[in-house]
Design a binder for this molecule. Structure first.
Ligand SMILES: *Cc1c(COP(=O)(O)O)cnc(C)c1O
Length: 371
């Protein structure tokens, strides 16, 4: 295992892959009701909520669209500090929902001060924040931002894209006053892609009651009606539900605190190495615990590096969005351990030194050799 050093999909444990191959059951059967009922308390613990966690057969972006469709009737304030914040603004626009951005310089985090300034001038009924900006490797201070927004407007709905954080980084939906927090199956939760999960507050559901044209597939009120009976409105990806049930058990066997600590350790090791050999894109103090954006200061050819890594069944990620060509990214989320990270680092160092040698001699021979 431990081959995918990309920010999703991540490696899936063989036991979890095995769980997916169980014989099919009907989605209205007692067995499916029991399955959904079994996962609910585990999901609630994971998100830090006593409210509810919706199960969606879509990728995470489906629930991003759902959150703006269900929870905004006036205007959405979108915190942007990278490509996934921009995505959120586009999703709002394409759904005809008025939205305004508050933007941080890429590599920096959005701040409570920024949000306070704009909220003192204008009225918003919802605010959207990316928990962990996967393009720049920045973690946003969502607790502080939510707290400032709530102080200025007690009714505001706080929407959080925690796709690359839930399961790798602590999140406390109820304590932090968050309303919709979604994640995808294929990131820190280390499940195959195909499902997404959203903790949704009573306040968000109450708001949805007053919002028109919520859509049908992602209507939160319909989800709630079915989830009360441990069902989903339409046929869920049942194989993935089997996998989810098994993986949540594995996650709690490891222990949430241990899992968060493992992600912190992986980030610390990756970032210490990257700072020494290259440079880091994100500012100190806001660096992500699940993905590192490395400034490609030595002009490493990432496609060639990945060809080399592929011979060891490993892969890292390109830069993303506007910073595609000046960065590369190392995902350290899911089931990865320090030992496989050390192996990856050794291989990148080896490739780098061969790369430098070939540059010194003005020849591309080394590249041909290691291919
Ligand atoms: C991966 C990612 C997404 C997109 O998730 P999908 O499951 O592909 O829809 C959205 N936001 C962030 C922060 C991500 O890392």
């Amino acid at each position: 295992m431990a081959n995918l050093f990309i920010p999703g999909p991540t490696d899936v444990h063989p036991e979890v892959l095995q769980a997916q191959s169980r014989p099919m059951i009907g989605h209205r059967s007692q067995a499916c009701v029991d399955l959904i009922a079994r996962t609910q308390p585990k999901l609630r613990t994971l998100f830090g909520t006593e409210q509810r966690v919706f199960l969606s057969t879509s990728s995470g972006t489906g629930l991003q669209e759902a959150s703006v469709r269900n929870c905004v009737s006036e205007k959405l304030l979108v915190c942007v500090c990278g490509a996934f914040g921009e995505r959120w603004f586009e999703v709002a626009q394409q759904n005809g929902i008025p939205a305004e951005k508050v933007t941080a310089t890429w590599g920096q985090a959005n701040t409570p001060e920024q949000v306070e300034t704009i909220m003192k001038k204008k009225v918003f009924d919802a605010i959207a924040i990316v928990h962990n900006e996967t393009s720049t490797g920045v973690e946003n201070p969502i607790q502080a931002i939510a707290s400032v927004a709530r102080a200025l407007n007690p009714e505001i709905i706080v929407l959080v894209d925690s796709v690359s954080a839930v399961g790798g980084v602590e999140i406390r939906v109820d304590d932090w006053g968050l309303d919709v927090v979604f994640t995808s199956s294929q990131k820190c939760l280390a499940l195959p892609p195909g499902m997404a999960f959203a903790a949704v507050s009573d306040r968000a559901l109450h708001k949805a009651e007053s919002v028109h044209h919520r859509g049908w597939y992602f209507d939160f009120l319909l989800y709630e009606k079915f989830l009360k009976r441990n069902l989903t409105p339409t046929t869920p990806a049942i194989s993935l539900l089997f996998a989810l049930d098994a993986q949540l058990d594995r996650i709690f066997d490891e222990g949430l605190e241990n899992r968060f600590m493992r992600h912190r350790d992986l980030a610390a090791r990756t970032q210490a190495w990257a700072k020494e050999k290259f440079d880091l894109y994100a500012d100190a103090g806001v660096r992500s615990k699940t993905v590192t954006a490395v400034k490609n200061t030595t002009g490493l050819r990432i496609a060639e590096l990945n060809q080399y890594l592929a011979t060891h069944n490993m892969v890292i990620a390109n830069g993303y969005g506007n910073i595609k060509d000046i960065t590369f990214r190392i995902g350290h989320m899911g089931e990865l351990d320090l030992q496989s990270l050390e192996t990856l680092i050794d291989l990148v160092d080896k490739f780098s030194s061969q790369n430098n040698q070939s540059l010194d001699h003005g020849s591309s021979q080394v590249h041909t050799e290691i291919r």
